[in-house]
Design a protein around this ligand. Structure first.
Ligand code: NDP
Ligand code: DGY
Length: 327
């Protein structure tokens, strides 16, 4: 391809080398990369995307009308290094005939595994225990000290039994979970595999010992977990969210945790990200917060990077994408 025929691609972050190798090897991209581990500043994003045929972005980049206008009419494809796409202005992207690539499936196992780890860490109070060992709070074995809640014989409720929700349920069942409830927009045939019972949200919230949120962020799920939601949960129940922070009203969660309305919460996602270090949730012992690391294994991120690059190239050449979001 001659220099003039090369297609301009803007990459909004340093990504795992697997994906960069694919883009470079393709020999059709004039690559411009925001070569940093930190997010691209908005002004640089608007500048970098100008005239681009392809945009490779991350979940931390808000791709809205302003960015699409800055890109201009060349833009054919947006490929995001994530399965979540709530950061993309989908209606506007569709209107402009731009294709979207994303990374379903390849991160399901890693994210489900992290969700189980977070659930156990929260329910069995692992961060508190580790802290007590370090600060001298461990005086002797005490019958009533650092007791938590176990999965054996419990009822688990999964909000959003999609790819990740089902993978979480599969992993939790062998711990001796007695009932597996789920909710969503419609019952799922694949729920049979985990003996899942499709129930209304209210039933799930009031009957579960563990409530796990694994749905996508949409206008319907935004702020779903609010004061009313937490008021229906059992006082001994544990709340886990590995979907998106905006599904939760954090003020209401703080109130529920500090008043003893619920026992504990584990969050891999928050609003905003990063959560400010002086945020009230971080003052609570019964709240475990992780820095959005659901898919963070070396191999998963490598495969996500490859898939994102291949989606982008397919979008540029007008061929079938390995994982195209149906708009
Ligand atoms: P899927 O599309 O397979 O699953 C999403 C689920 O959300 C579907 O089962 C859908 O149910 C459900 N859902 C949609 N609307 C509602 C609603 N109103 N009430 C209840 N459930 C609803 O996606 P994945 O499982 O692959 O990913 C899910 C989300 O997890 C991503 O969108 C992303 O936000 C998050 N994620 C977080 C990660 C992390 O690092 N913490 C890593 C990867 C993903 P239905 O089919 O019935 O509509
Ligand atoms: C996603 O893919 O949506 C996650 O949040 C990060 O892997």
């Amino acid at each position: 391809m001659s220099a003039q025929q090369m297609l301009k691609v803007f990459v909004t972050r340093r990504i795992p080398q697997e994906g960069m190798k694919i883009l470079k090897r393709a020999g059709m991209c004039n690559l411009s990369v925001w070569d940093s581990d930190e997010p691209v500043p908005r002004a640089e994003l608007l500048k970098g995307v100008a005239g681009a045929h392809g945009l490779l972005c991350l979940l931390s980049d808000k791709i809205d009308v302003e960015v699409l206008d800055a890109a201009g009419p060349n833009l054919k494809v947006i490929s995001t290094l994530s399965v979540g796409f709530d950061h993309l202005a989908i209606d506007e992207i569709k209107k402009r005939g731009i294709r979207v690539g994303y990374t379903p499936d390849v991160l399901t196992d890693a994210t489900a595994e992290l969700t189980v780890a977070l659930l156990l860490a929260t329910a069995r109070r692992l961060p508190e225990g580790v802290e007590e060992v370090k600060n001298g709070g461990w005086s002797t074995w005490k019958p009533l000290w650092l007791c938590g809640y176990g999965l054996s014989g419990s009822t688990v409720g999964v909000i959003g039994l999609g790819r990740i929700g089902l993978a979480i349920a599969r992993r939790l069942k062998p711990f001796g979970v007695k009932r597996l409830l789920y909710t969503g927009r419609q019952p799922k045939p694949q729920a049979q595999e985990v003996d899942g019972e499709y129930v209304p949200l209210d039933t799930l919230v009031s009957e579960s010992d563990f409530v796990v949120v694994s749905c996508s962020l949409t206008p319907d799920t935004q702020g779903l977990c609010d004061k009313t939601f937490f008021s229906k949960m059992k006082k001994t129940s544990v709340f886990i969210n590995t979907s998106r922070g905006a599904v939760v009203n954090q003020e209401d969660l703080f109130e529920a945790l500090s008043s003893g309305q619920i026992a504990a919460a584990g969050l891999d996602v928050t609003t905003p990200e990063p959560l400010p270090t002086n945020h009230p949730l971080l003052t609570l012992k019964n709240c475990v917060v992780l820095p959005h690391i659901g898919s963070a294994t070396y191999s998963t991120r490598g495969v996500m990077s490859e898939l994102t690059a291949n989606n982008l190239l397919a979008g540029l050449t007008g061929s079938e994408m390995p994982s195209e979001l149906k708009l």
